[in-house]
Design a protein around this ligand. Structure first.
Ligand code: ZN
Length: 153
């Protein structure tokens, strides 16, 4: 397990479409562990593989000590809408207002290849959208209606 460097805005790895995971091997397990380690080190809510320079469809989320690993995730249901502040570890210190679905169901594999469905509301729904979009080379800035200032600890 290791903490990896998070790439920031301007690195073209963030704009590329990631390839599906086909091998659920030790290398994938190490990537998932490293993503969690790097997420916890940075204090964010979610982190996608391209943010550590790996163009594979893998992301991790942890909100309220509920770790979720998303391998080959697909959003299969959305409902409602929410408008609120959003940020990204690849664009540190910047927050913008983004409108997202209020409730999102995502289908994803875990590191062993087992399929799961997760339904989240509020921040978790927002994270499912944000992290899945990273895997298609999209970043939240494109969706920001207004940039805001948030005091950081
Ligand atoms: Zn992000």
């Amino acid at each position: 397990m290791a903490i990896r460097n998070i790439v920031t805005l301007g690195d073209e790895v963030l704009t590329k479409k990631c390839r599906p995971v086909e091998k659920f091997d030790e290398r994938l397990h190490a990537l998932v562990e490293d993503l969690f380690d790097t997420l916890y080190e940075s204090g964010g809510a979610g982190l996608a593989a391209p943010q550590v320079g790996v163009l594979r469809r893998v992301a991790v989320i942890d909100i309220d000590e509920n770790p979720i690993e998303l391998v080959n995730p697909e959003i299969i249901f959305t409902e409602g809408s929410q408008t609120g502040a959003e940020g990204c570890l690849s664009n540190p210190g910047k927050y913008g207002i983004v409108t997202r679905p209020q409730k999102v169901t995502v289908k994803a594999q875990d590191r062993f290849g087992e399929w799961h469905e997760y339904t989240g509301e509020d921040l978790l729904a927002r994270a499912f959208c944000h992290e899945t979009e990273h895997l298609d080379g999209k970043m939240f800035m494109e969706l920001v209606s207004e940039w805001i200032d948030i005091e950081e600890d």
